[in-house]
Design a protein around this ligand. Structure first.
Ligand code: KIV
Ligand code: ZN
Length: 500
């Protein structure tokens, strides 16, 4: 079996999804889970693009064990030096540098000749090789580049020291058979002198199919993102490509090192942190991916699972919702369960989570794994609290204008305010805005229930924008209005940090 490396770019290309930006703490949290998932390489960011990206790369490189940690860099000296600065402390590190090669990009965007693009690419790979052992080069817009020139660039950068050449379908333009042929031509040209990687975008819905065609024709690395998030229509979905290889190993004769039992947990974490919900019919991780509606299918399944199921739900970590804890569970049981769920918390985070768990257990009789995951990831991702909610009471009814009374702490001072609104959330938000004198605009408001039942934990995600800064806040509570207030206040705290 050929081993296919999984290069995860959720924290870089995935973060380029509109509205998906993550703060440093959130990126470290996702990176830890990617390590549990056993991806081979984590592209942790684009070091020169922002101080936040730089810090995230630095922290992931220093704190997350296992995968190679990588920074993106344009084929420019200052980018490569910045990537190196961010990666210095990482025991396993890679610089990924890129330059466009298609005439469309060279003529209209960069205004450089093919010769100059080739010269810069080679020079920057050499510079990166002087700093790190592991260098990857991408000829951007490769699938719209004239093939003989593309091959010339690839051969030259491999000679200059690139150990991986990544072939991006930057605009999601290629098709499986065409891309397969291209990868075969590259393989014929460079043999085993470098790993061939592929990076497919999903503009025509073909990212996974194109990546699989590339693997069948000699690619040894796939660049992908959790839930397929990414620029425009997204990137190749990690869970789909991994499960296709696993399910059809008879066809591909290739495998990955991914611990597939961590797929669902990773998908949920990324969805929670980015605020991008997974569509219900999404392959592998969609809510309906294992739901059989038709009577004929249900009949077959009851007789023999394999009649209609090609993947066992437990292989991707999907458990039938289990009752795990309740009001009487103690600190030890709580700690042990969190450990089993893969969380590693500091003493302070553990105490904080336990306190929140006890409060939840007073409101909700049965607490499931999903509730614990929400509770813990919510408290881990929380920004330092300049604003906090002390109390909230509401009245509303069929013939009554909704009214909210909000009491909040702002720094060291306490304020309260009553407001009316079109609905309970509207009244609550009006009161919060009046207290903090917020100038931000509400861009998105989403509600979801974590488990079934009328006492389910409701989770609210709020996206706020102020002066071009976009932040997301999360809040969870059995009372959906309280969850909405917490989410809004969390976003305000994030805005305050970002503005500072
Ligand atoms: O899509 C693309 O071309 C990229 C490169 C930077 C690899 O993301
Ligand atoms: Zn991309």
């Amino acid at each position: 079996m050929r081993k296919i490396r999984i290069f995860d770019t959720t924290l870089r290309d995935g973060e380029q999804s509109p509205g998906a930006s993550m703060n440093v703490e959130e990126k470290v949290q996702v990176a830890r889970q990617l390590a549990n998932l056993r991806v081979d390489i984590i592209e942790a960011g684009f070091a020169i693009s922002s101080p936040g990206d730089f810090e995230a790369i630095q922290r992931i490189g220093g704190e997350v064990e296992g995968p190679v940690v990588c920074s993106l860099a344009r084929a420019k000296e200052e980018d490569i030096k910045r990537a190196w600065e961010a990666l210095k402390a990482a025991p396993r590190r890679r610089i990924h540098t890129f330059h466009s090669t298609s005439d469309i990009h060279l003529q209209y965007q960069f205004k450089v000749s093919r010769e100059e693009a080739l010269r810069r690419s080679v020079a920057m790979v050499e510079l990166a090789r002087g700093l790190v052992e592991d260098v990857e080069f991408s000829p951007m817009d490769a699938t719209r580049t004239e093939v003989p020139y593309l091959l010339e660039v690839i051969e030259a950068v491999v000679k200059a020291g690139a150990s991986t050449v990544n072939i991006p379908d930057t605009v999601g333009y290629t098709t499986p058979s065409e891309f397969g042929e291209l990868i075969r031509a590259i393989k014929t040209r460079i043999g085993d002198s470098a790993v061939i990687s592929v990076h497919c975008h999903n503009d025509l819905g073909l990212a996974v199919a194109n990546s699989l065609a590339a693997i069948a024709n000699g690619a040894g690395q796939v660049e992908c993102t959790v839930n397929g998030i990414g620029e425009r229509a997204g990137n190749c979905s990690m869970e789909e490509v991994v499960m296709a290889l696993r399910t059809r190993k008879d066809f591909f004769n290739a495998s990955t090192d991914i611990n597939t039992k961590e797929i669902v947990r990773t998908s949920r974490l990324v969805s929670k942190i980015t605020g991008i919900n997974v569509q219900p019919n999404k392959a592998i991780v969609g809510a309906n991916a294992f739901a059989h509606e038709s009577g004929i299918h249900q009949d077959g399944l009851l007789k023999e699972k394999t009649t209609y199921e090609i993947i066992r739900p437990e292989d991707i970590g999907l458990k039938s919702t289990q009752l795990v804890m309740g009001k009487h569970s103690g600190r030890h049981a709580f700690k042990a369960r969190l450990k089993e769920l893969g969380f590693s918390l500091s003493q302070e985070e553990m105490e904080n989570a336990f306190e929140r768990f006890k409060r939840l257990a007073d409101q909700k009789k049965d607490i499931f794994d999903e509730d614990l995951e929400t509770l813990v990831s919510e408290s881990k991702a929380r920004a330092p609290e300049y604003y906090s909610l002390i109390d909230l009471s509401m009245t509303s009814g069929v013939n009554q204008k909704p009214t909210a009374m909000v009491k909040m702490k702002v720094g060291d001072r306490i304020f309260d305010r009553m407001e009316h609104g079109d609905g309970p959330v509207d009244a609550t938000y009006k009161a919060i805005v009046a207290i903090v004198e917020a100038k931000s605009t509400l861009r998105r408001f989403e509600v979801k229930s974590i488990t079934g039942g009328t006492d389910a934990l409701g989770e609210v995600t709020v996206t706020l924008e102020e002066d071009g800064v976009v932040v997301r806040g999360n809040g969870a509570d059995t009372d959906i209005i309280v969850a909405a207030a917490k989410a809004y206040i969390d976003a305000l705290n994030k805005l305050a940090v970002r503005k500072r």
